[in-house]
Write a protein that binds this ligand. Structure first.
Ligand code: AMP
Length: 437
């Protein structure tokens, strides 16, 4: 089918709105901007790097409620809305937008519970025989401490709700488990800790797998691996992610197919059994244990920074595929191809990240555009003179592709030398599993 014939089948995709302001949304905008048939990509609120890409601009809105966005989408004749972050998904923005007649890529509020409630996700896994770590859902500190007392081993303590990636404590001792239970119940993560999940501690390398879903069917993307800890050697506090790479060689094509059958398809079926038409990304964070793969978390959107490593691998059909998912007709989409290269992403963070990120520093980027290197912005903004200023903890990422990971990471680290801001720091060992360092 030619591109023209495809667009007749799918309807016209000319104007897109991406909701979000991070590196994930910046990289999605970049990937979509490659599609020649798309006229305009708005990003709300976007960041200091949004307008670096052809056809991409920040949408300025007076108010940040979903009704204002819906009104604006209609005015701008937006054909596709992509909701990047989990909070608007958990709040039901996709429901409201669909009710208003918009075409949306991102799950409804009910489906977003996959990420917004660990208890709900655990039950879905149990009901559908999806392998996961043993767990107890507790409603009071007393109940949780009793379970810990009976189990007599350090546990993983998880706030049930959304806690910006900070609600999980992996405990080394029983004492630490007690403290984490007390802290979580005492409101450290707000209402996210009203219920607390105690989880058996499991061991093994971690890998993330992703599916794009249209409510009925799914397609699987290359697996990725990220680095959550702040410091080299996977030490220090957990962060939103200091880097990632894809495809993760930890699982081969055959294993990915098996994981799709074991985890992704049963998850989508389980959602369907609950009458949830899940349109969007199912992200499963896995641990490959000695007794087989187990799910340690679900996200209801692309993970960041994994998304940044993945976007340069997407074939030019990507926009059409997202559009057909959003319309519930994945069968009409062209087959999504993936570039046969290795993609590396390194996050540059600001001083004080993750506890107290310093903001307001000018960022100097002295690089020329290269086909296999991308600079994706996250915590950046533009001042009145169009200087790029840091505005968050994870400031930007350099992503590069090569024939192998040695090449990709070399390109990315070389490019980082062209970027500078006060207190900039990054890990020098991202992807140590797949390259020579
Ligand atoms: P999550 O936010 O659920 O992805 O958890 C953050 C990190 O905690 C994961 O990337 C794992 O390294 C670790 N983790 C989560 N659950 C477990 C578990 N049951 N056993 C061991 N480590 C875990």
């Amino acid at each position: 089918m030619t591109k023209n014939q495809e667009s007749k089948v799918l309807g016209e995709l000319k104007r897109i709105l991406i909701i979000g302001s991070g590196g994930r949304e910046n990289s999605i905008a970049w990937a979509l901007s490659k599609d020649l048939s798309i006229e305009q990509i708005y990003v709300w609120p976007g960041n200091g790097g949004t307008s670096n890409f052809k056809k991409c601009i920040c949408l300025n809105l007076k108010s940040d409620d979903e009704q204002t966005i819906i009104f604006e989408c209609k005015k701008l004749q937006i054909n596709l809305v992509i909701i990047g972050p989990e909070i608007p998904l958990a709040k039901g923005w996709a429901n409201k937008m669909r009710e208003a007649g918009l075409t949306v890529f991102g799950p409804c509020k009910e489906g977003a519970q996959l990420e917004a409630s660990k208890d709900w996700a655990k039950n879905l896994m149990i009901e559908n025989n999806i392998p996961t770590a043993k767990h107890w859902t507790t409603h009071s500190e007393e109940e949780a401490l009793k379970i810990l007392d009976r189990f007599k081993q350090p546990l993983v303590i998880k706030a049930d709700g959304l806690a910006a990636g900070k609600g999980v404590t992996v405990c080394e001792t029983i004492e630490q488990s007690k403290d984490a239970i007390k802290e979580t119940f005492s409101g450290k993560f707000g209402s996210a800790g009203n219920k607390v999940i105690l989880e058996e501690k499991i061991k093994g390398p971690e890998v993330s797998i992703f599916a794009l879903c249209d409510g009925e069917k799914l397609i699987v993307l290359p697996p990725a691996q990220d680095h959550k800890r702040l410091l080299e050697g996977d030490k220090g506090p957990n962060t939103g992610g200091m880097g990632a790479y894809a495809p993760a060689s930890l699982i081969n094509q055959k294993e990915l197919k098996e994981l799709t059958e074991l985890i992704l398809i049963p998850t989508l079926k389980g959602l369907k059994k609950k009458k949830i038409k899940y349109i969007g990304v199912i992200y499963a964070g896995l641990m490959l244990t000695e007794t087989g793969p187990k799910v340690i978390e679900f996200n209801c959107r692309f993970g960041d920074p994994e998304c940044q490593a993945l976007m340069p691998l997407m074939g030019e059909e990507f926009a059409s595929v997202l559009f057909s998912c959003a319309r519930g007709e994945l069968e009409k989409a062209p087959q999504l191809s993936f570039k046969d290269s290795c993609s590396a992403c390194i996050v540059a963070a600001s001083k004080g990240y993750p506890e107290k990120p310093q903001k307001g520093d000018q960022i100097l980027i002295n690089s020329e555009s290269k086909p296999s290197v991308q600079v994706f912005h996250a915590g950046t903004t533009l001042d009145q003179s169009d200087n790029i200023i840091s505005s968050g903890g994870r400031v930007l990422s350099v992503v590069a592709q090569g024939e192998n990971f040695d090449q990709a990471f070399k390109l990315a680290y070389d490019e980082l030398k062209q970027i500078n801001f006060d207190g900039m720091h990054f890990r020098k060992d991202i992807g140590y599993q797949v390259r020579n360092i």
